[in-house]
Design a protein around this ligand. Structure first.
Ligand code: F6R
Length: 255
């Protein structure tokens, strides 16, 4: 695991952008896994502004709320199109996003796994971290070997997502999400976290024991996982000085 501590959210995005760019240069037909949420927004803005030709890139995403179709403004698919994909030069056939309105979610999950395999596997997966330590919508207790499947959401997650829903309108209680096993098969992982609310989950992900109670801690098994944090999200790490020293002495990110 490589932990990179940056002063603020914009520098987190700049470092993540540099890493994504180097992956795109090395492999123009990169298979890129996207995350939804507030954390990657600054990175997505940089990707849009860079006006890159990403027509060869294949895109997948981590998760979706069950019951929401792609045109629903609260769906993750809509979020990713509005905040990233619609502003990029991409090939529509190369974009494969999970659908929350599938009739048969188990079947949708199996065909999603098959599509990832057909694309040759995910090269670079962008991740955020939930307050409860989830990655994707793998809530605490999820099997560390889990695959894409429907998953029941936890109360903290429902509370966090309730903000995007009109008052009185319930947040979907179920998601469809890549599993932890699916995520760990990506060749490279890029976990971003900003803000003090992420300090404790990040401490448990980076320094805690590997446990399904903190799904993000499974990243400790991955051979190439970058964890990019701002000062607030890294505030509870006991070896902050070590990580800063490592990064300061590194000649290029991600090599
Ligand atoms: C979203 C996802 C979630 C989020 C996490 C953090 O696709 O998989 O795991 O990454 O809930 O969300 P934010 O970034 O909004 O704090």
């Amino acid at each position: 695991m490589e932990v990179i501590l940056r002063p603020d959210g914009e520098s987190v995005a700049a470092t993540a952008f540099e890493l994504v760019l180097s992956a795109l240069k090395a492999k123009p037909n990169l298979v890129l896994g996207l995350a939804t949420g507030n954390t990657p927004l600054a990175l997505y803005r940089r990707l849009r502004e860079a006006r890159l030709d990403l027509r060869k890139v294949r895109f997948f995403n981590l998760d979706e709320l069950v019951g929401l179709g792609p045109r629903d403004p609260r769906s993750f698919q809509h979020f990713l199109r509005a905040n990233l994909l619609d502003g990029l030069r991409v090939t529509p056939g190369n974009v494969r996003l999970l659908r929350g309105d599938a009739d048969d979610l188990e079947q949708a999950a199996a065909s999603y796994e098959a599509a990832i395999r057909k694309a040759g596997g995910i090269d670079l997966q962008i991740l955020g971290i939930g307050r409860n330590g989830h990655i994707g919508f793998n809530e605490p207790g999820s099997s560390l070997g889990s695959r894409t499947r429907p998953k029941t959401l936890e109360a903290t997650t429902l509370a966090d997502y309730a903000r995007g829903f009109p008052a009185g309108k319930a947040v979907p209680r179920f998601s469809i999400t890549m599993g932890i096993g699916t995520i760990l098969e990506a060749r490279r992982l890029l976990l971003l976290a900003t803000g003090g609310a992420k300090a404790e989950p990040i401490r448990r992900v980076v320094e805690g024991p590997v446990t399904s109670e903190v799904p993000g801690s499974a990243l400790q098994f991955h051979p190439l996982a970058h964890v990019i944090l701002d000062e607030a999200a890294g505030a509870r790490l006991s070896r902050r000085d070590y990580w800063k020293w490592v990064y300061a002495n590194k000649w290029r990110v991600g090599q």
